[in-house]
Design a protein around this ligand. Structure first.
Ligand code: 5GP
Length: 189
């Protein structure tokens, strides 16, 4: 029987550098397929439709809940985010490994359906640095930053339920660590 793809699920508090890390790892491991999520949040400056996210309205999002289109979905920092069930099924059945950048609620839901999935938590060096990074990013309103910091405290507490924790102080060290984790798991699948 053909090998099915493996799920690598990365979660982190907002501002922990997860997107940068995921983009770097996708360059290093081009056979890894990225799951482009759907969201009702507005695009940030520089974000592209169909690359960073599929940006959809709340109405369309809710219709997709009714028609069971989501492998998982969650409300995060006041917006809706979802993973396409069809994309996941097709890609995994095609034998390709998938990288997802989703929150802890989504990671838990997917783990229930895919018990072999690897859950990777990207840990910021400190809460103060997280705060600084969010402010320096300059892409979120003060209100959104405040909400993301409150959520971060709760998210960090959940890190212990993850399979792997990768500290993201030095980006190149974190990339190397993440690559090692993924490659090691791939050899055992
Ligand atoms: P951001 O708005 O900063 O791009 O993402 C906010 C949070 O939503 C992040 O924790 C990100 O991982 C999460 N997220 C992105 N896509 C999905 C998804 O499809 N499902 C879930 N559950 N969370 C997602």
């Amino acid at each position: 029987m053909n090998r099915k793809g493996h799920l690598f699920i990365a979660s982190a508090p907002s501002g922990a550098g997860k997107t940068t890390l995921c983009n770097a790892i996708l360059k290093e491991l081009p056979d890894l397929e990225y799951s482009i999520s759907y969201t009702t949040r507005s695009p940030r400056k520089g974000e592209r439709e169909g690359v960073d996210y599929h940006f959809i309205s709340e109405d369309v999002f809710r219709k997709k809940i009714e028609s069971n289109d989501w492998a998982e979905w969650a409300e995060v920092h006041g917006n809706f985010y979802g993973t396409s069930a069809e994309f996941l099924k097709k890609t995994l059945n095609g034998g390709k490994d998938v990288l997802l950048d989703i929150d802890i609620q989504g990671a838990k839901k997917l783990r229930a359906g895919y018990p072999d999935a690897t859950l990777i938590f990207i840990m910021p060096p400190s809460f103060e640095i997280l705060e600084k990074r969010l402010a320096q990013r300059g892409t979120d309103s003060a209100e959104s930053i405040a909400r993301r910091l409150i959520d971060a405290k709760r998210e960090i507490k959940e890190a212990t339920s993850y399979d792997v924790i990768i500290p993201n102080g030095d980006l190149s060290v974190a990339i190397a660590e993440l690559k090692e984790v993924i490659e090691k798991i791939r050899t055992t699948q």
